[in-house]
Each structure stands twice: as C-alpha cells, then as structure tokens.
Design a protein. Sequence first.
Length: 259
Amino acid sequence: MSDNIIQFEIKDKKAYLEINRPKALNALNKNVLAEIKKCCDILKNNSSVHILIVSGSGDKSFVAGADIKELQELHNKNREGENFSKWGAEIFNSLEQLPQITIARIQGFALGGGLELALACDFIIASENARFSLPEVTLGLIPGFSGTQRLRKRLGTARAIEWIATAERYSASEAYTFGLINHVVKHEDLVFFTEQIADKIIKNSPLAVKTAKLVIRSGENCNFQEACDIESHQFGHLLNQAESVEGISAFIEKRPAQF
Ligand code: CAA
C-alpha cells in the first residue's frame, strides 16, 4: 500500500488492516480512506479470508478522527464537504458489508471518524487505555461518516444525542457498560485476546458464519418478518450445503468437524 500509510496483510485466514500514521495519531486523510477502500475491494471476493482485524499503529491511538488539516481545506468549497462525507460513508459501508467478520481492535484514542470506522466493523475489542468520543461539535461539525446513525443504532437515540452533543470522552469501561464495545482487556492482552476470538470464529463453518452475519445485518434494512423470512431461506440453503452435512455428521460420529 502506498507510503505504508496502511499495512495490509493476509495470514492464516485472517486479514490485518493497520492504519499507520502514528505521528498524526492515525488520522484518516484522503489517502488512508482510499487505501481502506482498496483493502475492502480485495477482501470482498476473497473467500479464503474469514476475519478482518482493523487496528491503528502505536499505543497512543487507534484513529483520532478525520484529518482536521484536510477538513480545513474544504471550507467554503460549495458541495465538496458533502461529497467528502458521502465518499467516506460509502467506504465505511463497503467495510460494513464485507462477508468477513470484522473486528476493530482498539488501543488509545478512537475519536470522530476513528470511532465511526470502529462502528462500521462488526464488533469492538478494546484495551483498558482506549478512549471513545465523537467530538465533532467542538470543531463546529457533526460526525460525517455515518456516525450519527451507527452510534444511534448501537446505543439508542438518547445516548447518541448526549454523546454527540456533549462531545464527552468515555473510558473503555464506560463504553463497555453502554454496550458500545464487546470486550475490555488489559492492554498487554489485547492482541492475544483478539486472536483468540478470531480463532474461535475460524473453527466454525465458514459458510454458516458468513451467512449468520449476512442475515443479522439484513435485519437492519427490513422489518422483523422479512428478516425472519431471510433467516428461514438461508437456514434451508445451509442444510443443502456440504458444510452442514459435515458438521451434523461430525456431531453424530462424536468427532471434530473438518470445515
Ligand atoms: N487530524 C489531523 N491531525 C491530528 C488529528 C486529526 N484528527 N488528531 C491529532 N492530530 C495530530 C496533531 O495535530 C499533532 O500533530 P503535530 O505534532 O504535527 O502538531 C499530533 O497528531 C499529535 O496530536 P496532539 O499533539 O494533539 O496530541 P495530544 O496527546 O495532545 O492530544 C488528542 C491527543 C486529544 C487526540 C488530540 O490530538 C485531538 O483532540 N485530536 C483531534 C480529535 C478530533 O477532534 N477528532 C475528530 C476529527 S473530525 C472528524 O472525524 C469528522 C468526521 O466525522 C468525518
């Protein structure tokens, strides 16, 4: 990836995307966003990768938001600000829609666009030193990469309005209590713990895991009954696939399944 602003690696069914601008606390400039899109394009048709782990380099920051110096260049440029926001939101949609299970592994600051990036992942695992905030209103702005909507979906309307309007910064344990993140672990255990969760997922039927994500996410865009119909359809589809033949046979024969 250009200038190593992103480090992208595929290893043992896992992909690792690390944002690598530690001097700018891994702020998302246009080049970083473009590289994230390229990684999504690589992954979307790669069935040999089951997990994507998204992180930021260094201990101090996951991602401290969109690059504020680039935002300044968008002042009074007619629709360029809106187009920038739409472009970033589309990239985060591509990330959210990946077939892989995506995990944001967070240490340090996850602010603004950085928290929006994490919210576009399937779930968040954080170190005790992680700090979360959507501080855009302190800049005279609002979240622009779909953070208003993803935070509302994750925390509910009341908390999302309070978070965004106060720009308060929350600790990892507070974020855990609110349901923003799935796990808080000791800083030194973050990488190992995340690998363990990834390995548990990889052990299961890849097709079933991918389908589970697809069906769960389908519920975000249709009503309950439609989503349950999608679930039934996919359940039936899986019963006609080799992986369920193997999984069910393995249970009956009292042996580990080989997926
Ligand atoms: N954009 C560009 N550069 C940033 C940045 C950002 N979001 N965040 C930090 N940096 C840069 C700083 O400018 C500084 O660079 P220099 O050394 O060249 O001056 C370097 O990273 C280190 O930052 P600080 O010296 O500020 O470090 P600190 O420890 O004193 O403070 C911080 C850390 C609290 C995270 C502080 O840097 C900060 O508040 N950053 C901005 C956070 C923010 O407002 N994010 C929202 C951005 S807007 C957005 O994301 C819009 C959207 O939704 C699309």
